[in-house]
Design a protein around this ligand. Structure first.
Ligand SMILES: [Zn+2]
Length: 205
């Protein structure tokens, strides 16, 4: 939906980190791409922007990636595989196809370590779950898996997930519109392009 951008400044329109993660491909419409996760560093940058990791964890993970570039590349590929599985799973919410068993198993493998490594802490009098510090290159994918699982298992308590209908978009978002029929990831971009197309079509009739 946003050309000429990078992972540093792509729009965050999903309304949830797991949806913004799926939206790290510019378009899933008539064309696919460009890809915004091109290096492990891009994954770290994205995770810090979305507060999936903190500054200290970012530094640890970047140092690990420098020490082990081959493993970092492998983790990047795993994260992209998780992203594509999540895309298919999220689309099943509004479609008629069932969730793929392989996709669900992949998500389960990603989410489970983050789930099991959390611990209860008390912050300013409030008890909450906190993840164990991210020390390994796979930590980001595990946290994304956990966030996605939380989103998917809260289906009855939240707004529906929709895909933008822009022909060169397909970005996912939580539909917070009053009537529940939001069509565009952004009214300013895909919505505005659609209005221009409709106007031109009317002119040429
Ligand atoms: Zn869009």
């Amino acid at each position: 939906m946003t050309s000429q951008k990078t992972i540093e400044d792509i729009s965050l329109l999903g309304g949830h980190p797991a949806l913004d993660f799926v939206n790290t491909v510019d378009s899933r419409g008539e064309r696919w791409g460009p890809e915004y996760l091109n290096t492990y560093g891009d994954l770290v940058t994205w995770a810090r922007r979305l507060e999936v990791i903190d500054d200290e964890e970012r530094n640890v993970l970047l140092a690990r990636a420098t020490e082990s570039p081959t493993q970092a590349l492998r983790e990047l590929i795993h994260a992209r595989e998780l992203r594509e599985a999540l895309h298919r799973i999220f689309l099943t919410e509004s479609g008629e196809t069932p969730v793929g068993e392989d996709d669900l198993a992949l998500l389960d493998r990603a989410a489970r370590p983050a789930q099991s490594q959390r611990k209860l802490v008390c912050v300013a009098g409030t008890i909450k779950w906190r993840h164990a510090a991210a020390e390994h290159l796979d930590a980001i994918a595990h946290r994304i898996g956990w966030l996605a699982a939380e989103l998917l298992t809260s289906r009855t308590e939240r707004r529906p997930i929709r895909a933008c209908q822009g022909p060169n978009c397909g970005w996912l978002f939580l539909d917070h519109s009053r009537n529940g029929h939001r069509r565009w990831c952004s009214d300013r971009t895909c919505g505005s392009h659609a209005r221009v197309r409709k106007f031109r079509a009317l002119q040429s009739d």
